[in-house]
Write a protein that binds this ligand. Sequence first.
Ligand code: MTE
Ligand code: MO
Length: 203
Amino acid sequence: MTSPVSRGFHRRSRPGDADVGKLPPGQHATTDFPVLSAGPTPHTPLQDWTFSIRQAGRTLKSWTWAELMDLPAETVTVDIHCVTRWSKLGTVWRGIPVSHLLDQVGHDAQYVLAFSDGGYTTNLPVRDVRSGQAWVAFDYEGQPLAPEHGGPARLLVPHLYFWKSAKWVRGLELLDQDQPGFWENYGYNNYGDPWQEQRYAGD
Ligand SMILES: Nc1nc2c(c(=O)[nH]1)N[C@H]1C(S)=C(S)[C@@H](COP(=O)(O)O)O[C@H]1N2
Ligand SMILES: [Mo]
């Protein structure tokens, strides 16, 4: 796969003029890719892996890895913003739009709770994952996503702080009422818009 951005873009060590306006308040640009995990890296064999959409304890639809790979994927170049204040500009991912998955399930839920191997969860309004700004991503910079960064697949929701991009994601629970996830329960903001600096509860 050919990257739409030049190597020089990735290797640049300090933000140039092109980055002005791309950094949310309180963020700085980094060229490395820090690993932030609240627990050990799970290693689920692909033959056991599924992505499920659930509601009220029922699985509405589930895809095997092979089935997911048969769906239409998109390649996207996005900026990501960690609440610990690093941002990484122009990252290239390949993934399945979450809207495509939700389209295959009839529902009227307003919220989702993403769940992952290892027990991590994070909550999002349905409109944010339907908006063409959320993917189940399995490639990063043209390579299969590394396990420490969430491989085989992670949620990618770059318009919100990066804790919303659940690594090792295994599915979405559809909810009528919002329910805080892992970091949201520890005092992080329920929504997490980096442009509004919604880092902590009350921001
Ligand atoms: N399953 C899981 N997903 C997770 C986390 C985690 O601890 N477990 N950490 C979150 C946080 S706080 C951040 S900043 C990003 C870090 O992703 P990275 O390790 O690929 O940089 O993953 C998010 N997704
Ligand atoms: Mo984070």
